[in-house]
Write a protein that binds this ligand. Structure first.
Ligand code: TYD
Length: 207
């Protein structure tokens, strides 16, 4: 059996990561590779209910409560979707994961970064993605792409989103082996080619 792989897609709201994740899934399916797609917050079942609270609840939400909700959803995603699929030798593509919490709740909201990393480890049982792609784009462009209808997180303001972007770039510097930054201002096709190039450098298809 081929080895499973866990790949996460990260970046600002409107950076185009979801489109790129779907394109990579299509590419892999054409090569007859078994792919599982999931997302955080969300995934399925309970995760979708947590997502609903996180994105649409319109009462006050404390920053720590917000973090714990993302972390609870993460534990469920890892235990019920990611790990079982990777163990079966599948490639799991996940739209947002641990680095979103470091970037949004840590750099964005200003919570202690080391503490968030520790909580992430508890939520994932110390399991890290094999590869993380960060789609980097300037905040003005990403907010234009999101448009007027913004969810609770997207409405957090330009300064917040600038800090999130800087956060991602900082995290990528700290873990260059795992995290690759991609210029998300290029065309969808160009970005897709770069994603494939990075993916293929891991040699998963030739195993
Ligand atoms: P989503 O609609 O999935 O946004 P996108 O399509 O841009 O991925 O909404 C997820 C939102 O939740 C997004 O604004 C980022 C935020 N988020 C956090 O703040 N912390 C986290 O740990 C995660 C997973 C997401």
């Amino acid at each position: 059996m081929k080895k499973g792989m866990f790949i996460t897609f990260e970046g600002a709201d409107g950076c185009g990561k979801t489109t790129q994740m779907k394109l990579l899934a299509e590419y892999l399916e054409e090569k007859r590779v078994s792919v599982v797609i999931t997302r955080e917050p969300g995934g399925k079942g309970l995760g979708e209910k947590v997502r609903e609270i996180l994105l649409n609840y319109d009462g006050p939400v404390s920053d720590r409560c917000e973090s714990f909700l993302f972390l609870a959803d993460r534990a469920q995603n890892i235990d019920t979707i990611v790990n079982p699929a990777v163990e079966e030798g599948k490639i799991v593509l996940c739209d947002r994961h641990i680095d979103s919490t470091v970037a949004y709740q840590g750099y964005g909201r200003g919570l202690d970064i080391e503490r968030i990393k520790m909580l992430n480890n508890i939520a994932t049982n110390w399991r890290k993605p094999d590869l993380t792609l960060v789609f980097d784009i300037d905040v003005e462009t990403s907010m234009k792409r999101v448009g007027a209808e913004k969810d609770r997180m997207e409405s957090a303001g330009i300064e917040f989103h600038n800090r999130v972007r800087e956060g991602y770039l900082e995290i990528a510097k700290q873990e260059p082996q795992r995290i690759k930054v991609i210029d998300a201002s290029k065309s969808i096709e160009e970005i897709h080619r770069e994603v494939i190039k990075i993916f293929n450098s891991y040699g998963r298809l030739s195993q």
